[in-house]
Write a protein that binds this ligand. Structure first.
Ligand code: UD1
Ligand code: CA
Length: 455
C-alpha cells in the first residue's frame, strides 16, 4: 500500500492574498493540482489532503481527486499529519508526506524517495543551497544519516551555517509514522508540532533516517511569496517547453511561449511568440499558431494556421485558417478546409466542410452547412433582448455581404440571400431572397449636392 499526505491547511500569509496558498497557480494550474498530478503519476493508492484555511474553496476545486481531512486550528506540520490518523494509521506500507507549497516536484522524485526507504524508517528530500534562507537545516551524523532537522528559528549560529536544507518532502514507513507521531511536543520557538522532530524520535528508537539530495533545487523549492511563485512558474514553463521541443515542436522564442501542463502538441507544430495555450488544448501535426493567439480548451486539427485569434471551448478540424483577429467561443465546431477570416466571431456555431466566412461577421447559435459562402459583414440576429434563437444555413447556400439573418431562420440548400438584405423568413432550397429597399436614381442630384456652398 502506497499513500500520500499533502499538508495544505496553511493560509500562506506571505502571499498577501485572499486565495489559500495552494490555490495559487503555477503554469495556469493551482499548486495543489500539480502535486496531485505528479503523485498520481507515481501510482499512489491513496492520497489524503489536509485542508484548513479556505478549505471549502480547495475542496470544491479538487473534488474527486483526493480525500480530505480538516485541520482546525493549525498547530504545525506534525499536527497536520496527526489529523489523517483515522484514515491511514492502520495501513501498512510507505507513506509520502509533502508540503502543499512544493508544486514542481516530479513523479520520478517521489518514486525515488519510496525506493530509498529500505532498512530505515524515514527518507527526507534535501537540497544544498548557496543561500539556505529560512529553511530547516539538516544535521548529519558521522555515518551520513540524518541526526536531526533544526528549524531556522530554533537554530544556533553554527547550525544556520549548514547549507543542506529540508525541502518538506518525506517518505515514511506508515506504521512507524503513526506510532511516533503521538510523541511530538510543541516546545519550540513557534509552539508548533513540527513533523521534522520525528527525525530525532526515530533515531532514539533505532530507526535510521536517510537523506535523498535533489539535484535541481528549484524542483523542490517551497513557494511562500509571489516572487517565489514567479520563479516556479518560469522553471516549470521552461521544462514544459523543452519537453515539447524534444518531441518535435518549433518554438520561435521559448521564453515567451506559454503552454499549459495538460496541453498536447503534434509533431511539426510551430508556435510563434506570445502564444498562450491553456486547459485541455490539443494542436494537430503541422499546425502553425501565429503571435498573440490565446487558446483555451481548443482542439485544432492538422495543418491549420491560426493567426492572432482567441479560441475557447471549440473544435477546429484539419486545414482550416483562422484570423487574423477571429474569436471562436462556446462549443463551436469548424469542419476541415474552412476559412475563418479577420474580425469574425463565432459563438455556439457549427460550420461544415469547405465553407468560407472571410471577413467581419458574427455567427451565433448557428448551424452552417458545407460549401457555404458567408459574405462580408453577415450577422445572425440571434437575441431579442430576452431569448436566443437558432439560425440554419444549409449546404451550398450563398449569403451575400452585409446580410442580417433574423433568427429563428433557415436558409435552404443552394439558396441565395442577396447582399444588403434583412432576412426575416425562411428561404426554401434553391430560392433567392432579397429583402431591401429598391434603389432610386435622381439624375444630376450628385453634382447639385457636391457644388452646394458651405454655410
Ligand atoms: C517547513 C519545514 C522546514 C522546511 C520547509 C520547506 C516544518 C516544521 N518545517 O517549514 O523544515 O525547510 O517546510 O519548505 O515542517 N501546514 C499545514 N498545517 C499547519 C502548518 C503547515 O497544513 O498547521 C502546511 C502549509 O499549508 C504548507 C506546509 O504545511 O503547505 C508547510 O508549512 P510552512 O508553514 O510553509 O512551513 P515552513 O515554515 O516553510
Ligand atoms: Ca513553506
Amino acid at each position: 500500500m502506497k499513500s500520500a499526505i499533502i499538508m495544505a491547511a496553511g493560509k500562506g500569509t506571505r502571499m498577501h492574498s485572499q486565495l489559500p496558498k495552494v490555490m495559487h497557480k503555477v503554469c495556469q494550474k493551482p499548486m495543489l493540482g500539480h502535486i496531485l498530478d505528479q503523485l498520481k503519476k507515481a501510482q499512489l493508492d491513496r492520497i489524503v489532503t489536509v485542508v484548513g484555511y479556505g478549505h471549502e474553496q480547495v475542496q470544491a476545486a479538487m473534488e474527486g481527486q483526493t480525500e480530505f481531512v480538516l485541520q482546525s486550528p493549525q498547530l504545525g506540520t506534525g499536527h497536520a499529519v496527526m489529523q489523517t490518523a483515522p484514515l491511514l494509521s492502520r495501513e501498512e506500507g510507505k507513506t509520502l508526506v509533502v508540503n502543499g507549497d512544493c508544486p514542481c516536484v516530479q513523479s520520478e522524485t517521489y518514486q525515488a524517495m519510496m525506493d530509498a526507504l529500505e532498512d530505515c524508517g524515514m527518507v527526507v528530500l534535501t537540497a544544498v543551497l548557496q543561500d539556505p534562507r529560512q529553511y530547516g537545516r539538516v544535521v548529519r551524523n558521522p555515518q551520513g544519516m540524518i541526526e536531526k532537522i533544526v528549524e531556522y528559528k530554533d537554530a544556533t549560529e553554527e547550525e544556520r551555517k549548514i547549507q543542506e536544507i529540508n525541502t518538506g518532502i518525506y517518505c515514511f514507513d506508515n506504521q512507524a509514522l503513526f506510532r511516533y507521531l503521538k510523541e511530538l511536543q510543541n516546545d519550540n520557538a513557534q509552539q508548533e508540532y513540527y513533523i521534522t522532530d520525528l527525525v530525532e524520535i526515530f533515531n532514539r528508537n533505532g530507526l535510521g533516517v536517510r537523506a535523498k539530495v535533489i539535484e535541481d533545487s528549484q524542483e523542490a523549492a517551497g513557494i511562500n511569496d509571489k516572487k517565489e511563485l514567479a520563479q516556479a512558474n518560469r522553471w516549470m514553463q521552461k521544462k514544459i517547453n523543452e519537453r515539447w521541443m524534444e518531441a518535435g515542436v518549433t518554438l520561435i522564442n521559448p521564453d515567451s511561449t506559454y503552454i499549459g501542463p495538460d496541453v498536447v502538441l503534434g509533431q511539426d507544430v510551430t508556435l510563434y511568440p506570445n502564444v498562450y495555450l491553456e486547459g485541455n488544448t490539443v494542436i494537430g501535426e503541422g499546425t502553425t499558431i501565429l503571435p498573440q493567439s490565446f487558446l483555451v480548451n481548443a482542439v485544432i486539427g492538422k495543418h491549420c494556421r491560426i493567426d492572432s485569434s482567441r479560441i475557447t471551448d471549440s473544435v477546429i478540424h484539419d486545414e482550416v485558417t483562422v484570423g487574423p483577429f477571429a474569436h471562436l467561443r462556446m462549443n463551436c465546431e469548424v469542419d476541415s478546409k474552412n476559412r475563418i477570416g479577420n474580425f469574425v466571431e463565432f459563438k455556439n456555431t457549427r460550420m461544415g466542410f469547405d465553407s468560407r466566412c472571410a471577413h467581419l461577421t458574427y455567427l451565433g447559435d448557428s448551424d452552417i452547412g458545407s460549401r457555404v459562402n458567408i459574405g462580408c459583414g453577415v450577422i445572425t440576429v440571434n437575441y431579442d433582448g430576452k431569448n436566443k434563437f437558432h439560425t440554419t444555413v444549409k449546404d451550398g447556400a450563398f449569403i451575400g455581404s452585409n446580410v442580417n439573418l433574423i433568427a429563428p431562420l433557415t436558409v435552404g440548400e443552394n439558396a441565395v440571400v442577396a447582399a444588403g438584405s434583412t432576412a426575416t423568413q425562411d428561404v426554401p432550397d434553391g430560392d433567392m431572397a432579397i429583402g431591401r429597399v429598391r434603389q432610386e436614381n435622381k439624375p444630376g442630384y450628385g453634382l447639385v449636392y457636391k457644388n452646394k456652398e458651405k454655410k
